[in-house]
Design a protein around this ligand. Structure first.
Ligand code: 13P
Length: 341
């Protein structure tokens, strides 16, 4: 028997607010190392002021809240302020956007496997969730990573099991401390696998995640899923159409996910900005047996052209915001199946 969660009603309301049709999540939670890789490409120094200035640019984009219902932060952003001196969480609140926080501490080797990984950060997670809640966060993200390699049989049963139970344990800890968990089992698109192989792995992983979440008494009505899309591997030499990706991805969800789950917010995982939008748009044209809000929680697919337009120069702020809003609006339309390219 599970015990009653004191945050139950609040979790359900938060998850529903994030899963508003027409809107999605901005994943702006690149860790200090990851944002450094993005800044390297545009020759911007990775220091705290540049990271703050860049996040300020995103959050102060005009009417961002028409397309964005939630923003995921990396820890330092909870304490940073806009150019106008407003704390970022407060700024989001003023715009009606829910604040999220990346709570995983990255991956470490899963020893004994062929380079597979598991996620760190469980030990003090309850204490950290309580602190983040105080600082204004209402949802969280935990990214597990699985890879496909048909030659070595990856993902191994061990990796699927460990990562699924890690996600479920994280989700239960978040919910008992007031944060809606985004459950993110990312199956990487790296590799030469077919779309059928990708489908089989996604189905196996998602089924394992569902079982683990049941075992941990996760409240489905107060949770969100952030999966990857089912598609051929990036070095397979094959490219599936948006329609094929959409049907495979939605079929996999239909076979595995309970209708009680509120929303599915996909990651973009290295897709181009346009492909990420087109795939989501096709998914939202499927009308049969789709009980969830299908939306986005994109990082790169919302920010690539914005970063390029910015280039670290204050003078380019407006131009960069316009580039960001083009993608935000396109993906907002895609959540309704109304994007026309
Ligand atoms: P991408 O959309 O760039 O994959 O990032 C989303 C994310 O938050 C991955 O954890």
């Amino acid at each position: 028997m599970s015990t009653q969660n004191t945050f139950r009603e609040e979790l359900i309301a938060t998850a529903r607010a994030i899963a508003t049709p027409g809107k999605g999540i901005l994943a702006a939670d690149e860790s200090t190392g990851t944002i450094g890789n993005r800044f390297d490409k545009i020759k911007v120094e990775n220091n705290e002021e540049n990271r703050r200035a860049y996040r300020d640019l995103l959050l102060t984009s005009e009417n961002i809240q028409e397309y964005i219902s939630g923003v995921i932060f990396f820890e330092e952003q909870l304490l940073q302020k806009s150019d106008e001196g407003v704390l970022f969480p407060e700024l989001c609140k003023q715009k009606g956007m829910v604040v999220g926080i990346k709570v995983d501490k990255g991956v470490k080797p899963l020893y004994g496997t062929d380079g597979e990984t598991e996620v760190q950060g469980i030990d003090d997670l309850d204490k950290r969730c309580q602190k983040y809640y105080q600082q204004g966060a209402r949802f969280a993200k935990w990214r597990a990573v699985l890879k496909i390699d048909s030659k070595t049989g990856c993902p191994s049963e061990l990796s699927v099991h460990q990562n699924a139970y890690g996600l479920a344990r994280y989700a239960a800890i978040c919910q008992n401390n007031g944060l809606v968990p985004i459950i993110e089992p990312e199956v990487l698109m790296d590799g030469d696998h077919t779309i059928e192989q990708s489908f089989a792995v996604h189905q196996r992983v998602q089924a394992a995640v569902v079982k683990a979440c049941h075992d941990h008494h996760v409240l489905w009505e107060g949770a969100l899923l952030k999966p990857s899309m089912v598609q051929p591997g990036s070095t397979s030499g094959k490219k599936a159409s948006a329609k094929e990706v959409a049907y495979a991805t939605v079929t996999c969800l239909q076979r595995t996910m309970p209708p009680a789950l509120v929303g599915v917010n996909f990651l973009s995982g290295g897709l181009s900005e346009e492909d990420a939008t087109l795939h989501l748009n096709e998914m939202n044209k499927i009308k049969e047996r789709v009980p969830w809000n299908l939306s986005f929680s994109y990082g790169r697919a919302l920010q690539a052209s914005c970063l390029k337009a910015w280039g670290g120069d204050k003078e380019n702020k407006k131009k960069a915001q316009e580039a960001f809003l083009v993608r935000a609006k396109a993906n907002g339309l895609a959540t309704l199946g109304k994007y026309e390219g």
